[in-house]
Ligand binder design. Structure first.
Ligand code: URA
Length: 195
């Protein structure tokens, strides 16, 4: 049983559970505060993350940092940030179901160790992985799931867009993403967020 984030970090860095181990430069396990009331889960590392071994440090990460500061009133070291898969899929392709399945025990254990009250899911991969597997999100689009909150093992789950999608999509998507982050802040402060 992995009982600390340091141990998880060390073991995950040596992971060989799927073929992404052959093409990665570094395992991007996650970073931030543990335990933390807020956890943010993306899809998987991109080129910059693979190079530096840290989640969300490229263009998407810059937008994420801004939203964490402007809508949550925090810095990234006050939350815990990770991805569904910890190794970069070649050419930034979507992670394959068997890769997400192989990586799932790491994410599950991270959730147990971080003990978040709120989990923000960025994009459809994170949403289908975390909500789909609990049955709520199975077969449903991100558009139909966002705007609501879901409960899973003691945490409130808030689905939102992936920052890369927002960077491609303009002002309206950014506004919606801001609303989702503000909803997370309200939940953390004990407010009601059902819309
Ligand atoms: N996109 C993700 O989903 N995760 C990262 O860490 C970086 C970009």
């Amino acid at each position: 049983m992995i009982d600390s984030i340091d141990r998880l970090q060390a073991e995950a860095r040596a992971c060989q559970l799927c073929p992404l181990a052959e093409t990665r430069t570094q395992v991007v396990v996650g970073e931030g505060r543990v335990p933390s009331d807020l956890m943010i889960i993306g899809e998987g590392p991109g080129a910059r993350e693979d190079e530096l071994g840290r989640p969300f440090v490229g263009r998407s990460g810059k937008l994420l940092d801004r939203l964490i500061e402007e809508e949550l009133g925090r810095t990234r070291d006050q939350v815990y940030i990770t991805n569904v898969v910890k190794c970069r899929p070649p050419n930034n392709r979507d992670p394959r179901p068997e890769e997400m399945q192989a990586c799932a025990p790491w994410l599950e254990r991270q959730i147990v160790l971080v003990k978040p009250l709120v989990i923000l899911l960025l994009g459809r991969t994170a949403v289908s992985r975390v909500l789909g597997s609990s049955g709520v999100g199975a077969g449903r689009s991100l558009t139909s799931l966002r705007g609501h909150r879901y409960d899973r093992s003691g945490a409130v789950i808030i689905p939102t867009y992936h920052p890369a999608y927002v960077l491609r999509g303009g002002a309206a998507r950014l506004t919606e993403m801001r609303v989702d982050f503000a909803r997370a802040r309200l939940t953390l402060s004990g407010g009601s967020v059902e819309v």
